[in-house]
Design a protein around this ligand. Sequence first.
Ligand code: MSP
Length: 509
Amino acid sequence: MSLNKKEYFYITTPIYYINDEPHIGHFYCTTAADILARYHRLIGDEVYFVTGTDENSQKTLQAAEKAGIDPKEFTNSMAKKWEETWKKLNLSFDYFVRTTAPEHRKSVEKLLIKCNEKGDIYKKEYEGWYCVGCEKFLTESELVDGKCPVHKTKPDWIKEENYFFRLSKYEKELLDLLNNKKFALPDSRKNEMLEFIKQGLQDISISRATVKWGIPLPIDKSQVVYVWFDALINYLTALGYYNDDEKMKKFWQNAIHLVGKDIFRFHTIMWPAMLLSAGLTPPKQVFGHGFFTINGEKISKSLGNAIDPVQLAEKYGVDAIRYFIMREIPFGKDSDFSTERLEQRYKGDLADDLGNLLNRSLNMVIKYRNGEIPEPDLSELTELEENANKLVYTIEERYKNFEYSQMLESIWEYIKSINKYIDTMKPWELNKKQENKKLDFVLYNIMQSLKIIALFIYPIMPQTANKIYKQIGSEKDIETENYLTAVKWGSLTPKTKVNKGEVLFAKIE
Ligand code: MSP
């Protein structure tokens, strides 16, 4: 249990193709990873959180040509754009990995040579349909009316001599790995992978003879490494695999990859096989989340329907967007992105349930106790205290299972119960009747539960959580707290002054 013992967590997102600009779908995955990273840092684990860009794709070259820019210049400016966008959106990654960096090339060379030494690479004449959009070969049966079902374009017929990786050799090990309960989640997607393997694995082409953009194959410099073989290795580059960095020892065995369902197969079949071949262990977990659609349609540049997370954040605040995307859809499921639903949640869950709770609570402390947290007699156990104690463990369990939406639901039930507590205890009547001891007790409980709420929501809404913390009188930032001590009932210091500030979720015009 990581609440009781410090653990290491290596948390990654896919590295994104840079022909496109960051949209809400990319933001979704990066946010989910950020939330997990923040939670584990908060409870005292050591976290390394990595995101980055996949730059050796043919799509990069095509986009650079289209823009009339030198591809190197193009990759530099697009990678910068992605990194800056994530920073602007308060994503707390520790390292930004780029596949055109020299360190990455060294990692790819190192791993590929190991696979070759193992006898897992061989040369063969190959022909097939290749979709540049997907960056993969498609089988005849995958085509719909001769086109790629995802990109709706006719793939290229490629015939060349390639180097192949003996994926088929790893069938049994992959089956065992996937049968391990926790490796690939959710179960429905894991079962699809098991079915896929049971139909028999084919060896895969891992180099291209005609493509010039990419990392030269270390065993035959006339070819370049297939972009997926190259891209997956980013997860090792970020840990300094190329020069045996200490981080490899500390973090690799604790790797958690969050990816979209579209690339789950690459991560649960091809990637572990590559690692096993190179003498490394597979990642600890891969989670394949669902997709956003816009009015039922795929988000794409060509359809012009991509939602810009920066623009959304400017209007609603980044925390509200984070809350919405994680609350609205159970992680793993698909859903339409609806601005109407976003506004409903903004007003209902955020402004009314949470914002208003803080506001009315502070007002009572100011009005009845001169803005000072009262000194209570805490010998009586309340439901608020009991439920907060339970929630600490429920939340931990939810994170373990990637149940973000259900976790938020439980936290919001708790928030609603504090509102109910106020309505039942009626502090205004206690004040009128001068029942001072009881009033101290009730006001303290309300403020203590707000402190706990701030800690609970911190990973999802870090700025909001710190605002609550400041307003209830804390001088510390949540990042510097000892979580288990801070969530304990009684942790709120009596006699501190509250510090009422701006409302948490202002009305959206
Ligand atoms: N470059 C590869 C990944 C290599 S990882 C070693 C790639 N890049 S991508 O830019 O196409 O983005 C991949 C990820 O972005 C998806 O796996 C998914 O996590 C996220 N999403 C892209 N569009 C999305 C939606 N419409 N909805 C939710 N997530 C989406 O594939």
